[in-house]
Unconditional design. Sequence first.
Length: 333
Amino acid sequence: MRLLAGVLLLATTLTGSNDPAAVVDGWKTSPVYVDPTQRSLVPDKDAAELAERVSGHDPAIRIAVVPAAVLTTGDKSAAAHTYVDQLVDRQQADGIYLVVFGGAIAWGSAVGVDTPIADILTSELDKHSRSDPVGMLNGVLDQLGVQKASKGTPGWLWPLLVALVVLIAGLADWWWRTRSRKNEGPALYRPSYDVLPDEVDSLDERRATAREDVTRFGEELDAADVRLDGMDTAADVQAAMDAYADAGRVVDGEPDDDKLREVRSTVEYGRWRLACAQAKVAGTPAPARRATCFFDAGHGTSVTDWMYTPPGGRPREVPVCNACRERLSGGAR
């Protein structure tokens, strides 16, 4: 998927050509490539700061500043589109591509990334003149949630930081050794069916809940409409049955909370493999194996990913259950 956006900054007639291979070769050593003829527009110092800022970012961000003369005569937006497509085809990698064509056009491409690069570019180009590509690019990175490059740590601060880390580690170790061992706080085992938090407060209650959950999974296996003799479903069915057997052996004993967490994971895996077998029988795509809800593992398996910004943090995609999706989208209060 490619979300492409181009903004015409200056309507002029420009001619010339330049091989995109030079840009892609430059990206092998730095995520920011500045053509030698454009260093007055983006000086080496600014290019280095941009490179430090985007290095290691996920998704990858690649920036190029090339002469406006690479655009052929005619429709400059179409020419910029074609040029960026050539870069993407040569790089053969997903990510966000930002290309400044001198003082003429800035073009962005989000490849395999769900990012509104068109809106971001447009808003930043409204704030900056065509002679300020550095300010425009930093503004785009701000909107993408990319942290600013570190200016370095004073030498005198390192001993203080080391001492602080040692102190925190010591306090953490003391707390871990002296903390209460009672069964307090949220349940460490959440079943696949609804229960109230106080129904699984004690370890014995959590064990009983886990046994019931495994029993329900066994009943689901017995009632499942899957062919056991077909090579297309045999592997999935066998994996589901193995998961049931493994979970059953654990809950038949006296598992602690660590073992109960493993049981929940095993049951979830078994149900997913059973669902894969049923999908093959029905001729439908296999379901994705999803993580539990980001906001509360007790909500069960997530149904989708959602952009979420924690207080003081930056936006990220997190797995959410259907109820949390409704709440975040305003459908539930």
